[in-house]
Design a protein around this ligand. Structure first.
Ligand SMILES: [Fe+2]
Ligand SMILES: [Fe+2]
Length: 270
C-alpha cells in the first residue's frame, strides 16, 4: 500500500537529518572565525542550489497540475534576494566573532562570499574530493546535484522533485532555520538579535509568519494533491535523496569542523 501524506511527513520527521545536532554543536563549541566562515561557505552554496526552480514548476504544469505548479512557483519567487541576505548575515557574524572587520562591507555579497570560501579552502581543502574551484566538499556537491534534477522535465523526475521539495521545506522550516537561530542568536555567542538589520535573513525565514512556514504548507498541499500509488515511490525517492545527502553534509561539517560528539562526551564526563 502506498504511504499517505501523513506517513510521508512522519518519515521525514523521523529521518536523522531532521534532528541532526550540527547547530547545537555549533552553539556548544563556539567555533573560531575561520570555522564559522567555512561552515557558512558550505551552507551558503548548498542553500543557493535549492532556490532556483529551473524547469520544475513548468514541468508540473505540463502534467496538468496548474494549481500545484502555482504553489511551487510561489516558493521559488519568495526565494529571490535570499542569497545577498544570507551573505550579509554571514559577514556580520564573522565580524562579531572575530571582533574585527574581516568583512568591511557586509552588503558586498561577492566580497563576503569569497572570504567564506577562503576559510573553507583553508580548513576543508584536504578532505578527499574537495573541489578547490567551487570550494565544495563531495557531500555538498552531492546535495547540490539533487537540485540539478529540476532542469529535467520528464514525469518521473518531476515527481521525485516534488518529494525533494517537500523534504527541503520541512527541513528548512524545522531544522535549518531554527538551528541557525539557536546557534547565531539564542546562544548569545555573537550578541546579535533578530532586530539587527544584518540579521534580516533569519527574521524573514523564521517563525509562524516566516517564509519557511508558508513554503512548508505549499509543499505539503502540492504533494498531498498528487499522491497516488503510482507517484508515491517517486516522491519517497526524491525526499530520501535530499535527506540522505544533507545529513551526510551535516556529518562531514560536524566532524571536520565542530568535533562531532563534543557535547555528548562532555556531558558523559561530567
Ligand atoms: Fe530563503
Ligand atoms: Fe523554503
Amino acid at each position: 500500500m502506498a504511504k499517505t501524506i501523513d506517513e510521508i511527513v512522519d518519515y521525514i520527521r523521523n529521518h536523522r537529518c531532521y534532528t541532526h545536532p550540527i547547530f547545537q554543536n555549533w552553539a556548544a563549541v563556539d567555533p573560531n572565525p575561520k570555522v564559522v566562515g567555512a561552515l557558512f561557505h558550505q551552507i551558503q552554496c548548498f542553500c543557493a542550489s535549492t532556490r532556483p526552480g529551473w524547469n520544475f514548476p513548468v514541468a508540473v504544469k505540463e502534467l496538468g497540475l496548474a494549481e500545484e505548479s502555482a504553489l511551487l512557483q510561489e516558493i521559488v519567487e519568495s526565494e529571490e534576494d535570499h542569497g545577498p541576505h544570507l551573505a550579509t548575515m554571514a559577514g556580520f557574524i564573522l565580524n562579531r566573532t572575530s571582533k574585527s572587520e574581516i568583512c568591511p562591507d557586509v552588503y558586498d555579497q561577492q566580497a563576503v562570499e569569497s572570504k567564506l570560501k577562503d576559510y573553507s579552502d583553508e580548513l576543508l581543502g584536504r578532505l578527499p574530493g574537495y573541489d578547490s574551484d567551487s570550494g565544495l566538499t563531495t557531500q555538498a556537491r552531492r546535495g547540490i546535484a539533487v537540485f540539478d534534477r529540476r532542469k529535467r522535465t520528464d514525469r518521473d523526475s518531476t515527481f521525485r522533485n516534488l518529494g525533494t521539495a517537500l523534504a527541503l521545506e520541512m527541513i528548512s522550516n524545522r531544522q535549518l532555520i531554527p538551528g541557525e537561530k539557536h546557534c547565531l542568536i539564542d546562544s548569545g555567542l555573537y550578541g546579535v538579535s533578530m532586530s539587527d538589520p544584518e540579521m534580516h535573513y533569519l527574521a524573514e525565514h523564521w517563525g509562524e509568519i516566516g517564509a519557511e512556514q508558508q513554503h512548508e504548507k505549499n509543499a505539503v498541499t502540492a504533494v498531498a494533491s498528487i499522491l497516488s500509488v503510482e507517484t508515491e515511490p517517486l516522491i519517497m525517492e526524491g525526499a530520501k535523496d535530499f535527506l540522505d545527502s544533507l545529513a551526510n553534509l551535516w556529518d562531514v561539517l560536524d566532524s571536520a569542523l565542530l568535533q562531532s560528539g563534543y557535547k555528548t562526551e562532555a556531558a558523559a564526563a561530567a
